[in-house]
Design a protein around this ligand. Sequence first.
Ligand SMILES: [Zn+2]
Length: 236
Amino acid sequence: MRKLALSLLAAFVAMPMFAQAITDGHYKKCLVIGAHPDDPESMSGGTMLALKDMGCEVVSVYFTRGEGGIVGKSGEETAAIRTQEALDACAFMGVRAVFMSQVDGASYVNADAYAEMLELIKKEKPDLVLTHWPIDSHRDHRNCSILVYDAWRRSGYSFDLYYGEVMTGLQTQNFQPDTWVDISKYREAKLEAYLKHVSQNTDGNIEAYHDPMELMRGLEYRCKYAEGYVKQHRGR
Ligand SMILES: [Zn+2]
């Protein structure tokens, strides 16, 4: 019984130490790679702001320009609107935006796509990348995630890779974090960055999905609001 109590105590003490690995101050450059404009902000906005405060360079990468995201508008018109919204969100957060070449709803995984993601990594040289958890109901999220995973391997594990969550339950599935970032201090600013995506604020996604997610992760991490991640381990 005493042994069990000591093991539980050790786990209790160890968890928060590991849990703050993303924001322990040692990362110099972080890419947050999201499938659509608003994914980096909604998945990791608090973490992005926390990293920035620590002097880490943060880049928001958009895999597509969200071409399918406005009902009644063409892909071209929508891409122009959503590109500007992403630029506005990045300007507000003080981070740089990078746009990749894939198209919302028509993303693909092939040799060219693998090459583009690896080129991005080689050019930007991050030591930390945050992207979608690969089990997700949205095909673009899955494709984005698996391309980043491949680039991680092909680059010789040149950065630490963590997966985050978006609209868990509806989109992210089967997700249980092993790493948390306390975003209580940044939550208002995160929301403001998200709200720069004016075209996407029509369906109550924040209230329905992201508020409960951040509260739940906060309960797990014993703070008010948190973002959760799973670290990709190299294995053998
Ligand atoms: Zn998305």
